[in-house]
Each structure stands twice: as C-alpha cells, then as structure tokens.
Design a protein around this ligand. Structure first.
Ligand SMILES: [Zn+2]
Length: 360
C-alpha cells in the first residue's frame, strides 16, 4: 500500500479514537484497522486509492472530520431500527479522485462506502462562488454567516449522496442478484436497465427521506437560539437548494424517447423533481399546515438553482432538456419504473435491513 493510504487510515483512526475516547477496535460501527488495510489493498487492485488527508488545509480537514463523525452518528441511529444479526461493520473512505462520484460495495462481511474527494471540492467551489445575500437574504453581508451556509450546503449535499449509497446497503440492493458495486454514476453496469433504474430511484427516495430527518433534527437544535428569520423556511430552502444543485453537476440530458428504456438512471431533471415530490409528501403528513410553503420553496429552489448554475457554468438553461420531459414516453417510463418496484420489492425484501418503501 502507498504511504498516502496509511496516512489516511491513521487520520480517520484518530478521528474515530477522539470521538470514542477508546481503542479503535472497539468502534461499534467502523471495522478494525487490519480490515481497513485489507480493504484498501483490495481497492488498490482496481486502481482506487484513498485521499491523502494531509494534503488538505485546516478548513478542509474540519469538513472531512465532520463528515466522518456525522456519518458514525447517523449509522448508529439507523442501526437502532436494524436487527442485531443484520448489523455489519462499516468502512468509509474518501477516494483520491477528482471526478464527481461515490460508490457502495461489500468486502467479506463489511459494508463499504466511498466518496470521491472531488465531490467535496467541487461543491465547495460551487457554493462558495454562487452564494450571496441575493440567493439567501438571511445571511446578509456577513462573511461568517456565508461560510457557515457554504459549510451547511456542502454537508447537506454530501449527506444526501452518502444516504443514497447507504440505501444500496440497507435496502437489500446487494444480495438480490450478484451485484457488487453501486456507483453514483455508472454507464457500464450490467444489470437490467429497468431494475437498475428502479433501485436507483429507491436509493434517491431513501436519501431524500433521511435528509428530511436530518434537517428536522437540525431545526430542533437551532431553534434554541432566536433567529431574525424563519428558521424552518430557511432550513428547508437550504436543504433543497443543496440537493438540487448537486444534480446540476450531472450531464445535461435531452431525453430521447426512443432510447429512454435503455437508460439505467432517470435523467437528472426527473431525479430532482422526484426529490421535491418526496419532501412535499412527507411534509403533507408531518406538517400539513406547511404544504403550500414547501411547494413555494421548491419552485424558488428551481429558479435560484438555475440562476446560480448559469452564472457558474456560463451556460444558459437548455429549454430543450426541460421540454423533453413533457414527452409522453417519459411519463410512461416513470410509470413502468413505479410498477417495477412492486416486482423488485419481493426480491429485495429478504436482503433488506430496514422496511422498504411500500408497494404502489
Ligand atoms: Zn446508486
């Protein structure tokens, strides 16, 4: 193994140890150091190498530390709803790859989730460049408030991605066939397109639902200190903006209805819209008085999101991409995926650690 790899391990270990105040081997969630070395050797054979933690500055380290500690908390929380015998050890790593991607896999009896360092870097660059008081008036001209918001937005988008990968593990996506890897973006997978699309939709739905839980908990903490703005509005706006923005990094797709059935993922615009649908449905149940507000927030998110992306990428919004979604074939394709959920549900269920979304 290269030196960077060992460095990374010892750094993540330090974070874990600091957290636990005990020996690494005692972590309830993370696998042992020996197992991590085995996993990194296995990944190195596929040219996947960990990010060298020492290469980042203080701010970057803080962010990476925050992600690891937060991930541990979340896994513990999720595991509370999982039978003891279905709980596994976890290995998390940042991959030294500057493209936007993440993956979930298994090694022996260990769950693995990896996030490319490029995700954190690109999101930071993006949010730092586009966020100002025009996009979020709540921050005013205060530089510290802007920094905090950029941090929040990064975390929200990254956690959404990690939840998506965790869904592949916890919702039985491994085990129902001989799939070994789920990549966030993968144009070479060999699964049936329809099944893959259905599974990816399930992972997105899980990620959106968990992100909602996260924001509700954050509201509970933050409402302890009085704010000059509506905290709930602001929290939902920032969450939806973060998730919407992250999808803008995916390739633009003008839907071609002739080959739509060959795609293994829904186009990014549909994934963005389904996320909005999900949060609207949750809020209808949890905070019925808030339904029209969340619809308003979602509309505003699209406008803000597109304006910011245009500014950042220097590319005007492609109307054809949006118009192509109104195609009847798109509606049919979504229906087909929803119906496929009922079929795939029975296959996933025996491998799932958590209750799956109900059949439609
Ligand atoms: Zn996925």
């Amino acid at each position: 193994m290269n030196k960077g790899g060992r460095m990374m391990i010892s750094q993540i270990r330090k974070i874990i140890n600091k957290l636990k105040g005990q020996k690494a081997a005692d972590s309830e969630i993370f696998c042992s150091q020996e197992e991590e070395i085995e996993i990194l050797n296995m990944l190195a054979k596929q040219n996947i190498y960990p990010f060298n933690y020492s290469e980042t500055d203080k701010k970057g380290k803080e962010l990476l530390e925050f992600i690891v500690t937060f991930l541990e908390k979340i896994l513990k929380y999720i595991n509370q709803s999982v039978n003891k015998e279905k709980q596994k050890k976890f290995c998390f790593l940042f991959v030294n790859d500057h493209s936007i991607n993440a993956f979930a896999t298994r090694y022996k009896d260990i769950d693995i989730v990896a996030l490319n360092i490029g995700v954190a870097k690109s999101l930071y660059d993006y949010f730092n460049k586009v966020i100002d008081s025009e996009v979020f008036p709540e921050i005013g001209e205060d530089i510290e408030k802007k920094k905090d918001l950029v941090f929040d937005l990064q975390i929200f988008a990254i956690m959404y991605i990690l939840f998506h990968e965790i869904a592949h593990i916890y919702n039985g996506h491994f085990g129902y066939d001989n799939t070994y890897y789920y990549r966030m973006l993968d144009y070479e997978n060999h699964r049936k397109e329809l099944d893959n699309k259905t599974i990816e939709m399930d992972a997105d739905a899980f990620a959106m639902t968990q992100s909602y839980v996260l924001i509700e908990n954050l509201i509970k903490v933050r409402e302890q200190t009085p704010k000059s703005y509506n905290l709930r509005d602001y929290s939902y706006s920032t969450l939806m903006f973060a998730i919407y923005s992250f999808y803008l990094f995916f390739e633009e797709e003008v839907v071609n209805s002739d080959i739509l059935h060959l795609d293994s993922y829904f186009p990014r615009r549909i994934r963005q819209a389904l996320n909005m649908d999900i949060i609207e449905n949750i809020i209808e149940k949890d905070h019925p008085e808030y339904v029209s507000k969340i619809e308003e927030i979602n509309s505003l998110t699209i406008i803000k999101g597109e304006k910011c992306w245009e500014k950042y990428s220097n590319k005007p919004l492609n109307i054809l991409e949006i118009l192509s979604l109104q195609n009847e074939a798109v509606v049919k394709d979504i229906d087909k995926v929803f119906n496929n959920w009922n079929k795939i549900y029975d296959k996933l269920e025996p491998h799932a650690r958590l209750p799956l979304a109900s059949k439609r």
